[in-house]
Design a protein around this ligand. Structure first.
Ligand SMILES: [Fe+2]
Ligand SMILES: [Fe+2]
Length: 303
């Protein structure tokens, strides 16, 4: 059995000291939002509680689906890299960016560069699908499990939290799904934005979600993991090769008694069953500031 852990929307706190010169354009609005509420929702002690719980359970692999930080400040990227090192080594953790990680235009020297070891293929994945120059999608193969990591993160205007994949990345996704399908792998797709209609409005949604669904329907996938909505949701999409599970997870740092659901992560126990797969999801959530409990256990697929 393979255990894959999924967490998302870390929104790492506290915010580092911000220089006046860094509060340009979109960041100013984000800064005001943070101090008017978000800092009470996303808490470092809650995140650390979940991080310790994950480490104690020794999953085979961990997927982090974006929004690691808040305003795209250089110091935030460094702090997030430090948190990633606590979560696990790069060969055990796969990371993709979210809209908050591309809050303003990314600068290669001060931004996600520090996360790169966590955002690249492994050699078995590269043998199936060669990572394009733009860096996404990249593929990791972990025995019978195939991971395809997408980036829907784009800099946007204030009040907009939308995402886009673009035609090249979608074409890459199609090839990667084909290659993993031929190898008989359990195919896991990671994306920050939710892919189904009605899951996010125009301002917050994935601009080319329909194109993404078309690729998934044509080439098949087993499990699509996303964040962005800060809510638990389990849905399905019919594909040529059966149903793909589409699962969103709440933020991993949300306060227990806030407006939002308590911080949570999901574990997937993936097993071969006959000609297919058995997938059990285990939800683990913060009960208070020093306790995590199993809030859900559910078989999502049996063959
Ligand atoms: Fe988020
Ligand atoms: Fe987001």
């Amino acid at each position: 059995m393979f255990t894959l852990t999924h967490l998302s929307d870390i929104h790492l706190s506290p915010l580092p000291k911000v220089k006046r010169s860094q509060l340009l354009s979109k960041r100013l609005l984000g800064y005001v939002n943070w101090h008017n509420g978000r800092k009470f929702v996303h808490r470092r002690d809650i995140l650390d509680l979940l991080t310790r719980d994950i480490a104690e359970r020794h999953p085979d692999h961990i997927a982090v689906t974006g929004d690691l930080i808040n305003l795209g400040l250089p110091e935030e990227y460094l702090r997030a890299a430090d948190w990633l090192h606590h979560l696990g080594p790069p060969d055990r953790v796969t990371v993709i960016p979210g809209n908050h990680d591309a809050y303003v235009r990314l600068h290669p020297d001060t931004s996600t560069r520090h996360w790169h070891p966590y955002m690249m293929s492994n050699s078995a994945g590269e043998a199936l699908f060669e990572t394009p120059g733009a860096g996404f999608p990249f593929v990791r193969r972990l025995g019978d499990i195939g991971i395809i990591a997408l980036s829907s993160a784009i800099p946007t205007a204030p009040f907009i939290a939308a995402g886009r994949l673009g035609q090249r990345q979608l074409a890459g996704l199609a090839s990667a799904l084909e290659a993993q399908g031929r190898a008989g792998l359990f195919r896991v797709v990671l994306i920050h934005h939710p892919p189904l209609p009605g899951q996010a409005d125009w301002q917050r949604g994935l601009r080319d979600a329909k194109d993404l669904r078309d690729v998934l329907k044509t080439h098949g996938a087993d499990l699509v993991l996303h964040g962005h909505n800060h809510r638990q949701s389990v849905q399905e999409l019919d594909t040529e090769n059966g149903r793909a599970l589409i699962v969103g997870v709440p933020s991993a740092s949300e306060a227990v008694d806030g407006r939002a659901p308590a911080a949570r992560y999901n574990e997937y126990h993936i097993d071969r069953a006959g000609n297919g797969w058995r997938v059990e999801m285990v939800g683990r959530a913060a009960a208070n500031i020093d306790q995590v409990w199993e809030c859900e256990r559910r078989v999502l697929r049996d063959r």
